[in-house]
Design a binder for this molecule. Structure first.
Ligand SMILES: [Zn+2]
Length: 659
């Protein structure tokens, strides 16, 4: 997942700020010790933004280039303060600070919703004659942002658009806050945890009856669902996990869906999906539907076969007939694991001994060094928590600073519970500004499974997109790209870990680490294609649900989920509330969840250039200079053409579905 920052627009807060062409200096993270400090910073930002807007609206004429630069300076001013705050909302241990950073974002969003309707600025924008393709791309992006904020709407509709935007900001924060501050624990006796690796539960707190109290963080809930022999234990953990958010979040999601529907209607669209998709690579909701249908056709038979195989395993274990056996949702990972072990002798848990978390981080950094020619120098910056670490990213050859990278890897109370990258400070070559990003995850301190190593590499892929970008405008820097393209660079890297030459880099960064046996890695490589029918169908289902929720008919989130789930082979589980924790579609991926499958088409195509040369610095540098460096300032199809030397296509993706 990638946490996006979207356009704000404007420019210079003061001419001092704007004309500053400082030597490119790396970013420094602000440290807040009280909510009052956050509020004071926020006040300064708001004042600067309002001043800048007034100055801009006072302009009588402008050369186009100056206007674009001014707009970008306003974006940078916003990012300077609200960028790190959006990260701190997700990771800061102090609730008063988290609440203050959230409140600041609400203030900014309100400013932005109004600013993007400024008739004066919109008028100036429409007079701009772009000087080159980069300016043309930025101008189009900016006019689209003003248009989508309601700059061309009649006054009454403009007001409503602002109100809706503000309400959406507030509700999506609320949705995420409920999940972050979730405190549910599930109690298990030792016997009920049979099959679950002791390192998952041994040190957990106990209740009055001596039962282990297990929270829902992924390093805990994942292994329980995957390994507990007792189906009741799997079911209890699964139900707790998929009840997160509860009726509170279901209500919030319903409101979000209704507000987005109303918002799209202001612009004459009868679905939010139609409104949103026109700014994406996919262009229309109908194109997305068509794409999803093709994917579904390609995997349906395979899903049936996968499930039949799992039913066979369950029937044998329970000594009953296959026809009398049904795979429940909480059975899925358990029998997938069992089948994987039986067919390929691969056990996810057995990888933890080879992938200690610290070494795993050094491994992904080393991979970037080999491929892209960058080095990561640990920095002693004071950060929000002792677990968080900072690295200065420097060019391997010139040693010039390129960016700052922050990592915060382990679960703790009140921390963001998934894995994501915050690209919170974008570069701008106009003013010598260097990018910064933060990788947030919830890893197991005792070591990673190969799946978790893949997740780490995925988020690191977003981080590289952020820190290796070098764009003229910050608004288009790093991962500020179209949502159905943004996952591609990170998905591309995911399969690097199955290459023995790549995994051998562990030895370079950790002399005491045990090497993964090559035979095990080869088996894991084969095993990863196992159950692809089930996995791709699940992604297809999430994407279809998202599109339906934001489609033509108004929908009640849980009712829609129940009816769509009932039509899948695994059925609907009465009482579960999956949509209540489906963060993606509450926020930036609304009507955009399909992006994961869509980007995978691009990712598979990108991989073709690295075929048999996953450590090639020649291909790596070409990739860095085209795809990564350009962020959103060049359209994805053009970037892909430049990098691949041909138009992109979906051949590799459909081939991989059959692997
Ligand atoms: Zn991602």
């Amino acid at each position: 997942m990638n946490i996006v920052h979207r356009l704000a627009g404007i420019a210079s807060v003061s001419s001092v700020l704007f004309f500053q062409t400082s030597m490119a200096a790396p970013y420094t993270m602000p440290v807040y010790s009280s909510a009052a400090e956050v509020n004071a910073d926020c006040d300064r930002m708001m004042n600067d933004l309002k001043d800048a807007q007034a100055k801009l609206e006072g302009m009588t004429s402008t050369s186009g280039v100056a206007l674009l630069a001014q707009l970008d300076a306003i974006y940078r001013r916003y990012e300077d303060t609200d960028g790190p705050m959006s990260l701190l909302t997700a990771v800061h241990p102090d609730k008063t600070i988290r609440d203050a950073t959230e409140a600041c974002d609400i203030r900014y969003q309100a400013f932005n919703a109004a600013f993007l309707q400024s008739p004066k600025v919109f008028e100036l924008l429409r007079q701009v004659q772009p000087a080159d393709d980069i300016d043309r791309q930025f101008l189009k992006y900016t006019i689209d942002a003003f248009t989508d904020a309601g700059a061309a709407l009649p006054a009454d509709k403009q007001k409503r658009a602002q109100d809706i935007n503000n309400e959406i900001s507030r509700l999506s924060q609320e949705f995420e806050r409920v999940l972050r501050e979730e405190k549910t624990q599930v109690a298990f006796t030792e016997a009920e945890l049979m099959g679950v690796p002791p390192n998952v539960w041994r040190d957990a707190k106990r209740d009055g009856e001596g039962r282990y109290l297990l929270g829902l963080a992924y390093p805990i809930s994942g292994p329980v669902i995957e390994n507990a022999v007792n189906p009741k234990s799997r079911e209890r953990m699964w139900r707790a996990l998929y009840s997160r958010g509860g009726s509170v979040n279901l209500k919030t999601l319903a409101e979000l869906a209704e507000l987005r529907r109303e918002y799209a209607a202001l612009f004459g669209f009868d679905s939010y999906a139609d409104f949103a998709e026109r700014r994406h690579m996919a262009e229309t909701a109908a194109n997305v539907q068509k794409f999803l249908a093709t994917v579904k056709d390609a995997v349906t038979k395979r899903e049936e076969a996968d499930l039949a195989l799992l039913r066979g395993f369950k029937a044998r274990e329970l000594k009953q007939s296959v026809t009398a056996t049904k795979i429940e949702r909480w059975d899925l990972n358990y029998y997938k694991e069992m089948a994987r072990k039986a067919k390929f002798s691969v056990d996810e848990e057995q990888f933890r001994q080879y992938f200690p978390p610290d070494a795993s981080v050094k491994f992904v950094l080393r991979l970037a060094t080999k491929l892209f020619g960058v080095d990561f120098v640990p920095s002693q910056e004071l950060l929000w928590h002792a677990d968080a670490r900072a690295f200065e990213v420097v060019d391997l050859t010139t040693r010039k600073p390129l960016a700052m990278l922050y990592v915060d890897l382990y679960p703790r109370e009140d921390k963001y519970s998934h894995a994501a990258m915050w690209g919170f400070h974008a570069p701008s070559t106009l003013v010598g500004r260097l990018p910064a990003g933060a990788l947030v995850a919830n890893l197991d301190r005792k070591g990673l499974t190969i799946e978790e190593l893949k997740t780490l590499l995925h988020e690191f892929g977003h981080a590289l997109h952020q820190v290796l970008s070098k764009t003229r405008y910050a608004s288009q820097g790093g991962t500020n790209v179209q949502i159905d393209f943004v996952e591609a660079p990170s998905q591309m890297l995911e399969d690097w870990i199955y290459d023995p030459k790549v995994i051998a880099l562990f030895k370079e960064v950790c002399a005491t680490c045990k090497s993964v046996p090559t035979a095990l890695l080869t088996r894991a490589d084969k095993a990863r294609h196992f159950a692809k029918g089930i996995d791709v169908s699940a992604q297809h289902f999430y994407a279809s649900y998202d599109l339906a929720l934001y489609g033509h008919e108004p929908q009640e989130p849980l009712k829609l989920w129940a009816s769509m789930a009932a039509a899948t082979p695994l059925g609907w589980v009465e009482g579960s509330k999956f949509p209540a924790s489906f963060s993606h579609i509450a926020s930036a991926y609304a009507a955009g969840y399909y992006s994961y499958l869509w980007s995978l088409v691009v990712a598979e195509d990108l991989r073709t250039a690295f075929e048999g040369k996953k450590l090639s610095s020649e291909v790596g540098h070409r990739y860095r200079d085209t795809v990564l460096a350009n962020g959103g300032q060049v359209a994805p199809t053009e970037l892909l053409r430049q990098f691949l030397g041909r138009p992109t296509d979906s051949k590799a993706f459909f081939k991989s579905l059959n692997k």
